[in-house]
Design a protein around this ligand. Sequence first.
Ligand code: NAD
Length: 316
Amino acid sequence: MRIDKRKIALIGTGMVGMSYAYALLNQNVCDELVLIDVNKERAIGEAMDLNHGLAFSGSNMKIYAGRYDDCSDADIAVICAGVAQKPGESRLNLLKRNTEVFKSIIDPVTSSGFNGIFLVATNPVDIMTRITCTLSGFNPRRVLGTGTALDTARLRYLLGEYLKVDPRNIHAYVMGEHGDTEFVPWSQAMVATKSITELCEESHGSICAQELEQISEEVRTAAYKIIEAKNATYYGIGMALTRITKAILGNEHSVLTVSAMLRGEYGQSGIFTGVPCIINQNGVQRVLPLSLSEEESEKLEQSCQILKRSYEELEI
Ligand code: NAD
């Protein structure tokens, strides 16, 4: 009989946090979910709302609004808390304010005796994940961000449509910063075990490199388009968080493009960025280094430099 419960502490019960919570409930991913927010009323209301759906779900999850002490026996602390950019506010200032938000979160989570895995969604996610690692003092393998997991899902969906192949048989990744400098290493993109570059060469023009580049541009700008249309994005990231959570709780050893610390891989050290990693119950079991072309390696280097500069400007 299984007696150990799978427990998640969710900090930040806004649109992203609650889309994640809703996906957890519908996919029956954990046994206990504690909701924590600086706005306590909101967390209480969200817990009530989810609990009222329990009777219609296949789950008997225990869901409640709690305090940081409740993180002590959680397997994963998921952070979706953040403040929004004010009109005219610089990116750096927003980063500074989100760093203050994280200081008010990480310290009480670790003080509770929490000994699990940190999973971060707050933007800019690569930097906020690095900040979480610094503030917590945790082993970097136990601190990860959503990175380019959602961008990779968007890429596989669009490639599936273009090539008329089930996205599950498309193995292609978006790498680097979750943001403007992210890129697709096409040399590593496959349909089953067939390289997409080769497919392109053999297709006599029906699959063309230019259209593939348009797809990667569409992936890079997807969030801007959604925000323009509905002010925020949340369902996709909620499902990406759920997928990563399942890989951790199920000790799956699945390959996902999360934001992980590079420790020599791709010639980088100390930087968190989106790279394919093997995810298991310990978090990032290892980074899976891909054989990037020279041009792709340069793109990753450029992305890492931008992340490094932003982090250093913060003077943590
Ligand atoms: P939101 O404003 O709806 O929710 C933010 C929540 O954080 C609020 O409930 C707020 O009360 C809470 N909060 C603020 N300060 C806090 C503190 N000190 N302690 C605890 N809780 C605090 O925002 P949202 O739409 O849910 O977005 C949350 C974050 O997720 C943003 O940073 C957003 O950019 C990011 N995001 C990331 C991705 C991704 O791919 N990684 C995708 C979409 C959104």
